[in-house]
Design a protein around this ligand. Structure first.
Ligand code: G6P
Ligand code: MN
Length: 441
């Protein structure tokens, strides 16, 4: 009999979960499952999604056993893949991560700047616990980690589990960008052979080869510089995401060498962007009033109707497809190219070997085989080294409980720079995060 896999989705109550479940159903021929488990620490929240999932699997995938649980033993025993997308503190803490820096005139963002720092300090503890739990109950499972801020989580996990070769940290934004490039060029995005370097949420595409070996990056840069840039799924995006994609044009005008990851806007234009953000209504509010309400309502509606056939908005999302395809590439040794987070070791020749960099890799049964990019120019090298120092100091601040290192991290962050501002923000963040962070002295 062909192998059927067991997977667990950590963060079962996430707004992204229904889309992932739908993708799993869609891909049941390519990636056949014996069982799928949703796991969350928030029972009430997960139950809404779980009840939707029960009906979905009964209707679309009865061969796979579907359950949801808050019991670790049930969740982590005999697993082949752990899809991890936890959010310690949930959206209410994301809201504070965004609003506290903005109260001092600094970028407030989920993964960038002091917001990302705060979220990182919360994620590390839970992610270490998760890896320990999984390894106790499923020593050979692949842990596919999407938990943010991925750069900081990856560095912390690499420090604690240096020999664990089955943790893969990966982000969907490069795939979102490839899909958006595909739409502009009228090309199937899976045809691109990308060359990419940087850190998570901090990188650049240098080349995008098509099937005939032609680099499409120059043409794409011209199209974006003259006509602007929108996400592939623009119709479903909130205004803040459209604004974010539009900034790619500004970045290309100023730095025309490479196609930038959208998140670089916060580091390249910190004052300009901070002035554009509303300190009283941030992305967390947009998500809580938008996607979160929609997804949970739709799940409730499906449960009331006794069918998922009528539900629509939770189904169209690239994120879900990618998560399943990544597991499929590993399970069936597909050697498909993905952009992954991995220890540098010379991949970007002139940045530190122990940094967790983001580069293209061929992904198969033994994990990622990354592609190096050689040396990078002074500007990019300096940007990466500065950001890496911020990330590393954040991780050290966590493990050493060091206020001093936390302050140094924030001071180095391009969104902060001024240490007096950094101290004010840090003190407010410490207060807001006392239930989550180690004590910083
Ligand atoms: C992209 C990033 C993720 C991030 C998400 C936030 O997909 O790669 O790391 O969490 O955007 O999206 P949201 O809609 O919640 O602001
Ligand atoms: Mn990401």
């Amino acid at each position: 009999m062909d192998k059927r896999f067991n997977i667990v989705l950590v963060g079962g109550g996430s707004t992204w979960t229904p889309g992932i479940l739908k993708a799993i159903c869609k891909k049941q021929k390519d990636f056949p499952l014996a069982s799928i488990v949703l796991y969350d620490v928030d029972e009430e929240r997960q139950e809404v999604i779980g009840k939707f999932g029960e009906i979905l699997f009964r209707e679309e995938y009865p061969e796979a056993k579907f359950i949801y649980t808050t019991d670790k033993k049930v969740a982590f025993t005999d697993m082949d893949f752990v899809f991890c997308q936890m959010r310690t503190g949930g959206y209410p803490m994301r809201e504070l991560d965004e609003k506290i820096p903005l109260s001092e005139g600094v970028i407030g963002q989920e993964t960038c700047g002091p917001g990302g720092f705060a979220y990182g300090m919360r994620s590390i503890r839970d992610m270490i616990e998760l890896v320990n739990d999984v390894r106790e109950m499923s020593p050979d499972a692949w842990i596919l980690n999407y938990t943010n801020p991925a750069a900081i989580v990856a560095d912390a996990l690499n420090r604690v589990f240096p020999d664990d070769k089955k943790i893969l940290n990966i982000c969907d934004q490069p795939v979102n960008l490839l899909r958006s490039y595909g739409r502009l060029l009228d090309m199937d995005p899976s045809e691109f052979e990308p060359v990419y370097f940087g850190l998570n949420h901090f990188g650049w595409f240098t080349h995008l080869y098509n099937k005939n070996g032609v680099d499409m990056a120059p043409k794409l840069k011209e199209i974006i510089t003259t006509g602007g840039f929108i996400p592939v799924d623009a119709e479903q995006r909130d205004q803040s995401w459209l604004d974010t994609y539009a900034m790619v044009r500004d970045m290309l005008v100023d730095f025309p060498e490479y196609l930038p990851n959208t998140y670089l806007q916060y580091y390249l234009y910190p004052d300009y962007k901070a002035n554009k953000l509303d300190p009283n209504y941030t992305r967390a509010n947009e998500v809580m009033n938008g996607r979160e309400k929609r997804v949970f309502q739709e799940c409730r509606d499906a449960v009331n109707a006794g069918t998922t056939k009528l539900s629509d908005v939770v189904h169209n999302d690239a994120h879900g497809d990618m998560i399943v395809e990544v597991a499929e590439a590993i399970a069936f040794n597909k050697n498909k190219t993905y952009i992954v987070i991995i220890q540098n070791n010379g991949l970007v020749e002139n940045v530190p070997n122990d940094a967790m960099v983001e580069v293209a890799a061929s992904l198969g049964i033994n994990g990622p085989k990354p592609y190096g990019v050689g040396k990078v120019d002074t500007f990019y090298k300096a940007m990466i080294e500065n950001q890496f120092a911020y990330e590393r100091l954040t991780v050290e601040a966590y493990f050493e409980g060091s206020y001093n290192k936390a302050l140094k991290a924030l001071t180095l962050n391009r969104t902060v720079v001024d240490a007096k501002k950094g101290r004010k923000i840090l003190d407010k963040l410490i207060d807001a995060n006392k239930d989550y962070w180690p004590k910083l002295v």
